[in-house]
Ligand binder design. Sequence first.
Ligand code: NAD
Length: 497
Amino acid sequence: MIFERAGLIDEARRSGTLAGLPHGHFIGGRSVPSASGEEMESFDPGRGVAFARVAAGKAEDVGRAVAAARAALSGPWSRLTPAARGEILMRASHLLRERAARFAVVETLDSGKLLAEAEGDVAGVVRCFAYYAGAVDKLHGDSVPLGPDYVGVTIEEPVGVVAQIVPWNYPLSTAARGIAPALAAGCTLVVKPAEQTPFTTLMLAELLHEAGLPEGVLNVVAGTGAEAGAALVAHPGIDHITFTGSVPTGQHVMRAAAEHVTRLQLELGGKSPVAVMADCDIESAVEGVIGAIYENAGQICSAGSRLILETTIAEDVLGRLVARVEAMTLGHGLSGAAIGPINSPQQLARVAAHVGRARDAGNRILTGGAIAPPEACGGGWFYRPTIILARGPDDPLVQEEIFGPVLTVQVVADLEEAIAVANATSYALVAGIYTRDHAKAWRFARAVDAGQVYINEFFAGGVAMPFGGNRNSGFGRAKGMAGLRSYCKLKSVIARL
Ligand code: NAD
């Protein structure tokens, strides 16, 4: 496997691509071209050039995929026992582990992320399929005491056909955390990956069919949001939508779902706080803050993009952070650099515009604050890791999601102010705190509005812990048993004896 990994990296470096990438949509158990015959290019963000082509889906392709998923809902899939569904998911987990290197290299080429991060994502997806393989036959209902003359039970049934819309920052991980529990629950799916990153989702569909998934159970339509995405969420044949992406698109999807009263789960953006208290282990907090904002070049919905720092340690912590950041190298995801590229020129321009406005407004930039010259880092779309001081609670740097390697710093007097500042944005996705005092940590955990709270390790957890947001960060939960129940509808059955 080590040789296979080295060979794939070598091929990708030498040729700029990999042979054998999927080309068509995956509908009804096979790869098919678009009805229109149209294709689109996918770009390697580390070099800023197109490296492969893929089908560009439209409403007609979406219609075919939804029809395949609806037909599959009452086909052989519906007659499998939960344990048999679990076996397919477990086989998929094993197959993915065997092919982890290929999935990771493709994810790096398509999304730009560092190979080590892509490998971490694939390992997480291996675990995700194993987790839901084991959960399938533990989806118990309740028996409800109604007295001697009745029997009351609740039954968890699959919601039906699921539409999943996936963003470009964690293509495989995000697709898997919808696909695995939806299949475990007995649903069928139509998945639309982001137009920037279609390949690993298409590869996952092929792999699942190799693992025994009946045809039509999982369909993938590649295409843009405006064409394939909008057609999918507006389709009357969809029973449940799982959307992960930006707030404006989420609002659009919510309006489309209202038309057919379609069930909906939204995972949107964030502006997540990391509170660093004076009594913490400073070295581990500094490493935690660096990972929280610079992993995947900050293109993470749950990035710790706001550092909330207690005054007495502010100078020390900021000095250490700047030194760490200035030692980071930028480069292609396959080059061994510390930070990879931004996924697209549009996203790079957005990041630069946020920081440019802050500079014009007088924010102090401690380090970074500029696009890196492409020729210095392999030709791609890179932004220098940046640390900026906020001007106050209403500063756009505090309120707006940047989705890039930009850390905003807010200095506070104590824990109470840290809690108030943490809660003072429209987002509520995750929050972190570094302190040695567990009473403080728990006070923060209870008082902060967030779907997940991390104490002394940002991003801790894994597939077993439910994940999702509140307020503008969305609603509904992925992962864990809560993620599985998202794809179930509860039926109460009452019998008169
Ligand atoms: P986006 O909203 O532009 O696109 C997300 C997906 O929606 C893509 O697949 C896109 O093609 C599709 N889409 C676009 N317009 C559509 C429409 N009209 N109808 C249906 N689908 C449509 O977001 P993005 O820029 O790709 O991703 C970045 C955003 O996603 C950030 O705001 C980030 O915080 C958020 N995000 C959230 C999570 C989470 O778990 N909460 C995870 C990753 C990303």
